[in-house]
Design a protein around this ligand. Structure first.
Ligand code: NAD
Length: 467
């Protein structure tokens, strides 16, 4: 807070989800501490906004270098607090966060002459908003923090980070280190309890909320932000379809498809959560997925052999268990998985594939956010497009085929923000990422994402000398 390490009267224990052991004791910030942080962020704003953009870009570049410098420590900390496998997943997330800092540090929004005739000139500029609240979920605690902090700072805003109380450790350490690079008050972080989010989102000193989390929480955030008409970016839930066409070789596609379904143990907003496989190859693809599932190790992310880590927290673990129970109660077929080891040391769920459940089942309609995924048959292209779009969500989708013409045709008819054709989970800092429908609104990443941290300011100047 304001460039200083500070503590609190209250603490919360952060657990390692792989063994349910206490990992760290973290201060829980009070309302007064939030006010101090916000005063500092407001005070720091005018001079940060007036700092030349090249210097702000350089600062963000240095934040990326700092992530590189402490990469090994961050990877371990991320795996311990989040659960994900250390090299393949924490390494990917940290390398991505570093790459994002570098990419965003090359971006700017130069002023633009939008009119220039004999009588007048008009110039449009993008000016920073003020203090931004960055609210982060527990599934990608570092990358999603950087997605917000890097563009907010380059655009000239000051930022308060609110990590998920389940995964605050990397965020706290990152912001602590960032004080070596940034002036006091420009970037602060507060771990809080359930009150912290509502305090932030209703606070008159916050100009913008950059939120990533569930659709249900997003609605609360939006209601809370209305009082002072805050700007909001909402990256919310997804129930992303994967469409597998009949021309693919089942053995060849299965591993990539498996990774698309079970990346981060299914705790990925854009993971495939409904998989539509053409009926001609359905059995073969299902059997391949099952054989991969049977060899993929579910375990502690610190073990290099682990492919899937635990569910991150007990609340989510109970939620995923409910989906398994619902599938059992309805008599759906389990292609694999579904049996939870009662003696498991952590929040582990076995890789579970539900074989052709009905379209109106909970497992198809809702987002479980865990390693339980339904696969369904399709035969008619129109029909599968209709089923893919038949959801309140619209985050992303994947298409698996060698037929690029068909892929383009289907892609353009999917009501989602991003489509990957044979290319999951590639994501680039210059590509805008945005949800449709209940997956949110606003954009992260790319120039459009940077622009969301600004207001537009236009000056008309008369060329006629009048006075
Ligand atoms: P969540 O909505 O429970 O929490 C997200 C953040 O909001 C946390 O920091 C939490 O403490 C905070 N929060 C909770 N209640 C709040 C309130 N009333 N006001 C303000 N803040 C509040 O989400 P989660 O369980 O941490 O994350 C999983 C969800 O996030 C999934 O639905 C997933 O699809 C979604 N997600 C979306 C994207 C995307 O880019 N669209 C990316 C990752 C995750």
């Amino acid at each position: 807070v304001n460039g200083q390490k500070t503590t609190s009267d209250r603490y919360r224990t952060v657990l390692n989800p792989a063994n349910k052991q206490a990992l760290a004791s973290v201060p829980v910030a009070s309302r007064e501490q939030l006010d101090v942080a916000l005063d500092a962020a407001s005070d720091a704003f005018p001079s940060w906004a007036a700092t030349p953009v090249e210097q702000r870009q350089a600062a963000v570049r240095r934040l990326g270098q700092m992530l590189r410098q402490f990469m090994q420590d961050f990877k371990e900390l991320l795996t311990k607090e989040q659960g994900k496998p250390i090299e393949t997943h924490s390494g990917w997330e940290l390398a991505g966060a570093e790459a994002w800092c570098h990419a965003v540090s090359t971006m700017s929004l130069p002023e633009e002459t939008v009119l220039d005739d004999s009588e007048r000139v008009a110039v449009a500029r993008h000016v920073p908003l003020g203090v931004v609240a960055a609210i982060i979920p527990w599934n990608f605690p570092v990358l999603l923090l950087i997605w917000k902090v890097a563009p907010a700072l380059v655009a000239g805003n000051t930022v308060i980070v609110k990590p998920s109380p389940y995964t605050p450790l990397c965020a706290l350490k990152f912001v602590e280190l960032a004080q070596q690079v940034l002036p006091p008050g420009v970037l602060s972080v507060l771990n809080g309890d359930d009150d912290m989010g509502p305090w932030l989102t209703s606070h008159p000193k916050i100009a913008k909320i950059a939120f990533t989390g569930s659709t249900a929480t997003g609605k609360l955030v939006l209601q809370s932000a209305v009082g002072s008409l805050k700007r909001v970016t909402m990256e919310l839930g997804g129930n992303d379809p994967a469409i597998v066409l009949q021309d693919v070789r089942p053995k060849a596609v299965a591993m990539d498809l498996f990774k698309c379904m079970f990346n981060n143990a299914g705790q990925l907003c854009a993971a495939a959560k409904r998989v539509y496989i053409h009926e001609q190859i359905y059995d073969e693809v299902r059997d391949e997925l099952v054989s991969i599932a049977l060899t993929a190790k579910v375990g502690d992310g610190l073990d290099p052999a682990t492919a899937l880590g635990p569910i991150q927290n007990p609340m989510q673990y109970e939620k995923v268990k409910c989906f398994i129970a619902d599938c059992k109660a309805n008599g759906y077929t389990f292609a694999v998985g579904g049996e939870i080891d009662p003696n498991s040391p952590g929040y582990f769920i076995p890789i579970t594939i539900i074989d052709n459940p009905p379209d109106d089942s909970r497992i198809v309609r809702e987002e479980p956010f865990g390693p339980i995924i339904p696969i369904m048959k399709w035969s008619d292209e129109e029909e599968v497009i209709r089923r893919a779009n038949d959801t309140e969500y619209g985050l992303a989708a994947t298409i698996w085929t060698n037929d690029m013409e068909k892929a383009n045709r289907i892609s353009q008819r999917l009501d989602v923000g991003t489509v990957w054709v044979n290319d999951f989970p590639y994501i680039h800092p210059s590509a805008p990422f945005a949800g449709h429908k209940m997956s949110g609104f606003g954009v992260e990443n790319g120039k459009l994402g940077l622009q969301e941290y600004t207001s537009t300011h236009v000056t008309y100047r008369s060329k006629v000398v009048k006075y």
